[in-house]
Design a protein around this ligand. Structure first.
Ligand SMILES: [Zn+2]
Length: 411
């Protein structure tokens, strides 16, 4: 593996160099082509699966702002004889990067001081390269294994999209028959066995527009909406006292996974002299594995209903924009124990199992009852989603080794 370090960095850079910002989901066919050709080099036949536009329209709100084709790329590497089925996953999309804060163009990767800098270097293109090289390690060394490994590179993870992992589940590419799932969409400091659910709700307050000079003839949606925000904030304070039984990831000041409710955007008003007739409030609800989307939606709907009953002048509507369920694998599952044991050998330290405060499309795999362990090359200081995002080259090598050895332990 150490001999392939340069190629591993090279592939990471080539992937970062393709701007796959979502929304809208740029250059997906290009990155899919690169990954398919890497898979072909392993001697397997890649499949590129496109979600039909009609299903997109049905499953994804237009407010999310997705555009263009959404190819998912996968293949199956077969061992000798019957054995377990391992699913590998990484997403190909990245969050937007505002170049003004960066030391260089976010999509022109820079290798410096043992790190690769660029949008997506850590989240999660470096780890996608690790997946390719972990399989290359098996193929090139002729290591014997049973069963099969199915690498999947999917779209729209960063927007809670349907078109990636969820689509492959609905298409039966990913089925209950998968024995173990390894995702690389996280860090090397801990092993994630759980993640928060995430649901975004758009609440719209409808008033009536009027000339400000005769302001009393209108109904000011912003002023009413502000008091609805206060009610939501109160609910948020109550929610923030809850805790999961799953340990939280280290380094963020909480011992157990913690839910939250946040008003993250508020939009309204057209002009200084018009009483605004609509006000949109976007609520981001992060929920622990012990809560369900239906339950959290009911909670918010109750606050909205009570508000509407108190303020009959306005009409209030609520719509869910996107969502992930929580993911959960028992910290004692044999898969988790195996990955931790292998990681300890490679890293010389423990990777404690814990729950991520992030949310992931792996929830759709978790819902099939498949155990999942999430370990990738990110660190707390990688600044994912931020400026000068980077990944350490040594971590890329370690993750590749951990994956390859885990395959051999499981298969
Ligand atoms: Zn990610």
């Amino acid at each position: 593996m150490d001999a392939h370090k340069k190629d591993l960095v090279d592939l990471t850079c080539r992937l970062v160099n393709i701007d796959t910002t979502v929304p809208p989901g740029l250059n997906y066919p290009r990155i899919s082509q690169v990954l398919a050709s890497e898979l072909k080099d392993l001697g397997v036949t890649p499949t590129v699966s496109l979600i039909p536009e009609a299903s997109m329209r049905l499953k994804v709100s237009p407010e999310v702002g997705l555009k263009g084709p959404r190819p998912n790329t996968y293949a199956t590497l077969k061992g000798e004889g019957e054995g377990p089925w391992v699913l590998l996953n990484g997403h190909v999309d990245v969050v937007p990067a505002d170049p003004s804060g960066w030391s260089h163009d976010p999509f022109e990767p820079v290798v410096k001081n043992g790190k690769v800098y660029g949008r997506g270097a850590a989240d999660v293109k470096g780890s996608n390269a690790c997946e390719i090289f972990s399989m290359k390690a098996l193929v090139e060394t002729g290591a014997k294994f049973r069963g099969r490994i199915t690498p999947t590179f999917t779209t729209d993870e960063e927007v809670g999209g349907y078109s990636g992992v969820n689509y492959l589940v609905d298409k039966h590419v990913i089925t209950k028959d998968v024995d173990y799932c390894l995702s690389t969409d996280s860090g090397i400091e801990a092993l994630h066995v759980a993640s928060l659910g995430d649901a975004e709700y758009l609440i719209t307050v409808h008033g009536r527009a009027a000339h400000s000079g005769r302001g009393w003839t209108g109904v000011n949606a912003i002023e009413f909406g502000a008091s609805l925000i206060e009610d939501l904030k109160k609910l948020g304070e109550e929610i923030s006292k809850r805790r999961s039984r799953i340990n939280a990831e280290p380094g963020w000041g909480i011992k157990k996974m913690k839910p939250g409710l946040y008003v993250n955007t508020a939009k309204g008003g057209l002009k200084g002299n018009i009483i605004p007739d609509t006000f949109e409030i976007l609520v981001d609800r992060r929920f622990i594995p012990e809560e369900s989307e239906a339950q959290v939606r009911r909670e918010i709907a109750r606050v909205v209903k009570e508000f509407a009953a108190k303020h009959r002048e306005v009409k209030v509507s609520m719509k869910m924009l996107l969502g992930y369920d929580p993911m959960l694998t028992s910290p004692n599952h044999p898969l988790v124990r195996t990955v931790r044991r292998v990681a300890r050998k490679v890293l010389g330290r423990d990777t404690p199992s814990c729950g991520s405060q992030g949310s992931t499309d792996m929830a759709a795999v978790s819902a099939l009852g498949i155990p999942i362990a999430v370990l990738g090359a990110t660190r707390q200081d990688s600044n994912i989603h931020g400026i000068d995002e980077h990944v350490r080259i040594n971590d890329l090598v370690s993750v590749t080794k951990i994956l390859a050895h885990t395959f051999l332990e499981l298969l």
